[in-house]
Design a protein. Structure first.
Ligand SMILES: [Zn+2]
Ligand SMILES: [Zn+2]
Length: 336
């Protein structure tokens, strides 16, 4: 089959590789769509937890083409999305409802072959059969939206609380819609790209401000924001984010920063303001609510896709995505 291979840091090829084997408790999928994600860029730059070589891709859906002999609840032809976070289910952390911190965690497209390929294998227990109404575009957003749903469960958002969202890339634009669904009051978005600001306005931002004009935030929330969300992963943005928090405010680190990045905060301010700092890693059994939100139209993903392209175009689109020149890019591997 054809697949994208990250053979070493900052090195990628499209190559012919053997088809994936089908283990007894797994299925093999023909990949329909796989989304390029900021995490793929961090992997490529060797600032994440992956080893090389790797077939990346963790935001995908596909059609079952083979089932292992122990698989009873999936059949050839089923359309499924895959939760790429593989949890063991029996370690201390899994048993404490923290499966995303499983001691034996594996990630499809992170620590084992992923979806930028014609075929990929996945444990049957990680597959979610798709409602017929979901398009391939929506299906490839289940995983990123499930990460957003996990974040919504991590924060405490009071009704009508003003929220500040830093960054309006594809994930920021999902967060914006989710925060509004969760009952946020005014939602201000700060972003450097004008086209993304326009999309943020269309998708319900109360105020969409170019980066550098943050002074205008004071009018919207004179005491600061109840929740501030970073969806940039940029250390300089993160370091400046706390100054927008109201007393009792909550800061959410959603954007993925390089794993070696450091920022400084004032412990005194944290103490003096009753602030809460929250992280949100991946997802934790949040595929079903994400599927529901997409199926009932609560979250609109159509405007978030800038490119749907064949596998052959991966390299150029990946570099454009990494440079912030695209929104979500969906790759469609060629059928067999
Ligand atoms: Zn992702
Ligand atoms: Zn576990």
């Amino acid at each position: 089959m054809q697949a994208v291979l990250f053979s070493a840091p900052e090195t990628l090829h499209i190559e012919r590789v053997p088809d994936p084997p089908c283990a007894p408790d797994e299925v093999v999928l023909q990949v329909s769509r796989c989304g390029i994600c900021g995490t793929d860029v961090h992997i490529y730059q060797n600032e994440y937890m992956s080893d090389f070589p790797l077939i990346p891709g963790h935001e995908f859906s596909g059609v079952v083409v083979e089932t292992g002999r122990a698989v009873t609840d999936l059949q050839v032809g089923d359309r499924v999305a895959v939760d790429p976070n593989l949890y063991c289910g029996h370690c201390d952390l899994c048993r404490n409802e923290m499966a995303n911190h499983c001691l034996h965690w594996q990630g499809i497209g992170i620590s084992r072959p992923g979806g930028f390929a014609q075929y990929t294998a996945a444990p049957a227990r990680a597959c979610y059969r798709l409602p017929e109404c979901l398009t391939d575009t929506q299906a490839a957003f289940i995983e990123p939206l499930a990460c957003v749903v996990h974040a919504m469960k991590r924060i405490r958002l009071l009704p009508a609380d003003p929220v500040l969202l830093l960054g309006a890339g594809p994930m920021g634009l999902l967060l914006l819609q989710a925060l509004r669904r969760m009952g946020a009051g005014a939602v201000a978005v700060v972003e450097k790209q004008p086209a993304r600001l326009e999309l943020a306005r269309q998708l319900g931002a109360t105020l969409a401000l170019p980066a550098g004009q943050e002074d205008a935030l004071h009018e919207l929330a004179p005491r600061g924001f109840g929740v501030v969300v970073d969806a940039t992963g940029i250390p300089a943005v993160i370091e400046g984010a706390l100054r927008f928090l109201r007393p009792r405010g909550l800061y959410l680190q959603f954007g993925v920063a390089p794993n070696h990045a450091r920022v400084s905060i004032s412990p005194y301010d944290l103490f003096r303001n009753d602030w809460t700092l929250v992280g949100s890693f991946a997802l934790c059994y949040t595929f079903l609510p994400a599927i529901d939100w997409l199926a009932n139209g609560a979250i609109d993903v159509t405007p978030l896709v800038s490119h749907v392209a064949p596998l052959q175009d991966f390299a150029s689109l990946f570099h454009q995505f990494a440079a912030g020149q695209t929104l979500k890019v969906h790759i469609q591997p060629p059928p067999a």
